[in-house]
Design a protein around this ligand. Structure first.
Ligand SMILES: [Zn+2]
Length: 425
């Protein structure tokens, strides 16, 4: 830890241009991502499918998929630009220190004295900040759901469902964020410079709690899970799970069709007690063999230890991030660069740090992307940055697919493309 402390001191120089550095990181990342999207966009402009797919996919289906993905790319670049501009405006107009002092004044005026300390203040600050950010991102969310997805037939949400989701999400945030934040800040206040291990243990406990509580208390607020009815599919899936020695406890169908035509399947639960969830949209589009194939892929992740290694990677990542944070937590020059001259609230340090100074997790590992199957072909640079799985063309090549005769009917192909916005497949 001595090394970290020396590094921390070395980085705390008055007048160090933190603002410029953070803006530079953020703009740099945006430019890199835009460059990759531009490369991918050129692939999406191709008018004929890759050779391996040529016999599998009809012209119309291919064009539609290219159209959809081009629209999504263009939208991504624009909404990213919007995010960049609001972020710059926040920095330029000192929104953080202004909001901090505003929420502090409000507490002093209206709250009982015992709720005016740093923890209460941080909670009120973070909740207001979240509400502001939610409102800022509302237009892009609305556009993505009701214009983009709608245009390609994927959106099944009504405006009233959108509104009720929005309200429920915010209520949940207001219920869950305060105790979590209070725990987080209290630990750092109490343990001083050695907070890293304690915070790590706290986060691990929190993860475990969320894995257990999410399906019981949170998921039912948004979706309905019903047990899969006995029948051929259930028998086949159970056989598959037994073959893998997968600790299958319950098989559910989820009403994903309420929001989107995209289909999916996943499993969750503690290591010794797992549940499989299948989207009703998947059942609608696929026969037993196809659903079992999708689940075989998912259980393959488990069998090959991907779930476990992801868990360890995320633990290592948390430890790494908080060790880095410990370098910046008392950096006076960082706080003053952003307008916090007298006060150094922990939560502000963490926001500034996580906003731009913390290295983002390799997205291929943690962020499981939604595009894998829907994109039929991809630029290699774009794919290595964004995809967690090989794309369709790579998979068919790996199978030594000759594409001599179509395996699916025309109608099925349509469905394959419609179904292809899956995560984690
Ligand atoms: Zn997968």
């Amino acid at each position: 830890m001595d090394f970290l402390q020396r590094l921390a001191r070395a980085l705390d120089r008055p007048l160090f241009p933190w603002k410029k550095l953070i803006i530079g990181f953020s703009v740099g990342q945006y430019l890199l991502e835009t460059f990759l999207t531009f490369r991918q966009y050129r692939v999406l402009q191709k008018t004929s499918p890759p050779a391996v797919l040529a016999k599998e996919v009809s012209r119309e289906t291919f064009d539609k998929s290219q159209d959809y993905n081009r629209a999504k790319s263009a939208f991504g670049v624009l909404s990213g630009l919007y995010g960049q501009l609001t972020n710059l405006a926040f920095i330029q107009f000192d929104v953080l220190p202004k909001l901090w002092s505003l929420t502090g004044d409000l507490l002093l005026q209206y709250a009982p004295a015992r709720f005016t300390g740093e923890i209460s203040h941080s909670i009120v600050f973070v909740l207001s900040f979240m509400v502001i950010q939610q409102l800022i991102s509302l237009p892009t969310q609305l556009y993505s759901t009701f214009v983009l997805e709608e245009k390609f037939g994927f959106n099944k949400q009504t405006l009233s469902l959108f509104v009720s989701d929005f309200v429920k999400t915010n209520v949940l945030t207001f219920v869950l964020a305060p105790p979590i934040l209070a725990g987080f800040l209290k630990i750092i206040q109490k343990t001083g410079t050695s907070f890293v291990t304690y915070i790590w243990a706290f986060m691990a406990g929190l993860q475990l709690f969320m894995i257990t509580a999410y399906p019981i208390f949170i998921l039912p607020l948004f979706n309905k899970l019903s047990p899969l009815e006995p029948g051929e599919l259930k028998t086949e899936v159970e056989k598959l799970a037994a073959g893998f020695k997968f600790p299958l406890h319950e098989l559910y169908v989820i009403d994903g069709s309420k929001r989107s035509a995209h289909s999916n399947a996943y499993f969750y639960g503690l290591p010794w007690k797992k549940h499989i969830v299948i989207y009703d949209t998947l059942l609608e589009k696929s026969d037993t063999k196809e659903v079992v194939a999708v689940l075989a892929h998912e259980l393959g992740h488990w069998k090959l230890g991907h779930t476990t290694s992801l868990f360890y990677i995320s633990q290592a990542h948390i430890l790494y991030i908080f060790s880095l944070f410990s370098i910046f937590i008392n950096n006076n020059s960082l706080y003053s660069a952003f307008g916090f001259h007298n006060e150094h609230p922990i939560i502000i340090g963490f926001l500034l740090f996580s906003d731009a100074l913390s290295p983002s997790t390799p997205s291929s590992l943690i962020k499981l992307h939604t595009q894998n199957l829907s994109t039929m072909d991809a630029d290699w640079m774009y794919a290595s940055y964004h995809f967690s799985h090989p794309h369709l063309t790579e998979r068919l090549k790996a199978l030594d697919w000759k594409g001599e005769k179509p395996v699916t009917s025309e109608k099925d192909k349509e469905e394959v493309v419609k179904a292809s916005g899956r995560d984690e497949l």
